[in-house]
Design a protein around this ligand. Structure first.
Ligand SMILES: C[S@@+](CC[C@H](N)C(=O)[O-])C[C@H]1O[C@@H](n2cnc3c(N)ncnc32)[C@H](O)[C@@H]1O
Length: 280
């Protein structure tokens, strides 16, 4: 059976894409039909559907359940890496963290949120950066919350185990040796002290948000790009109320920006833009 060649009914594709958007916010149009063939094969075989077309038919004619969530997860892009895009981490090291430590020196507490954290490289990069460059933080209460809707991504993130290619994407040899233990199978496990700085929680950005603390720093990188304008605007509004105050920071992905929300002010530093609550 060649799964790749099963013809897809256009109405079923549209029906499935609208289910994806309704449940996880990711907006797909017919130009992305190829993703069904390339990403859903494992769901087709695991649940013994005849082909992709019969899986789609099942998905659009049944109430949303476990197979749907598996399919939604398969349609997302989990691409990430340690110190992804590097410049924001440089701005964090040189400007944002020193400013935050100064402002929060009385409370000695910092809440950081990596939203849509995928397999954990982003929150662990923050933990590594803090550990390497800010030894004066010993004694501070630092919480890094990392959330994603994908259970698979969260499971990998909370294990903190990466293969050689993954650790080599963004980390130096010295960092790998200092912060990871090499396992007998050649994979690398993050050290427990860094692991314990990050808490993982399942969270769907387009559903109700759980009660969370206010954050001094939020990273929401490379996820808004998949949402439509309306969803993006709603999430930015909620993020605004999740920032502690006007001295808190929001960092988006390098190709993402806030154009229409007047409640944020944009700060441009080197090639990095970050956002803060506007003071009126
Ligand atoms: C491309 S990754 C970005 C990872 C990381 N922030 C980075 O920039 O390297 C996008 C992540 O967004 C997650 N995602 C997509 N839709 C989501 C939603 N509605 N709620 C929560 N996470 C979502 C995906 O599961 C995926 O892990």
């Amino acid at each position: 059976m060649t799964l790749e060649n099963s013809p897809l009914d256009q109405a079923d594709v549209e029906g499935f894409f609208s289910l994806v958007e309704k449940n996880i916010g990711i907006a797909l149009d017919l130009s992305k039909t190829y993703l069904i063939q390339s990403r859903l094969s494992s769901v087709v075989t695991e649940h013994r559907f005849t082909n992709h077309a019969s899986l789609l038919r099942f998905l659009i004619t049944n109430p949303v359940g476990a197979i749907h969530w598996q399919a939604f997860e398969a349609m997302t892009t989990n691409e990430t890496s340690f110190y992804r895009d590097s410049s924001p981490f440089e701005v964090l090291r040189v400007t944002i963290f020193p400013e935050l430590f100064q402002k929060r020196r009385e409370a000695r507490e910092l809440n950081i949120w990596s939203a849509a954290s995928s397999t954990g490289q982003e929150p662990y990069s923050i933990a590594i950066l803090l550990r390497e460059h800010f030894p004066e933080l010993i004694g501070w209460k630092i919480c890094i919350l990392a959330t994603d809707f994908s259970e698979q991504a969260l499971e990998k993130a909370s294990l903190g185990i990466y293969n050689e290619t993954e650790v080599q994407r963004g980390l130096t040899e010295t960092q790998i040796q200092r912060h990871f233990k090499r396992l007998p199978n050649g994979h690398y496990e993050i050290n427990p002290d860094l692991r314990s700085m990050v808490q993982y929680k399942k969270m769907n950005l387009i559903q109700d948000w759980p009660l969370m603390p206010k954050f001094d720093l939020i990273l929401m990188r490379n996820v808004l790009i998949y949402f439509n304008q309306n969803t993006k605007a709603k999430i930015l509004k909620r993020l605004h109320s999740q920032l502690s105050d006007a001295s808190s920071y929001l960092i988006l992905g390098s190709s993402e920006s806030i154009l229409f929300d007047q409640t944020y002010q944009i700060v441009q530093l080197d090639r990095v833009s970050y956002y803060q609550k506007k003071i009126y």
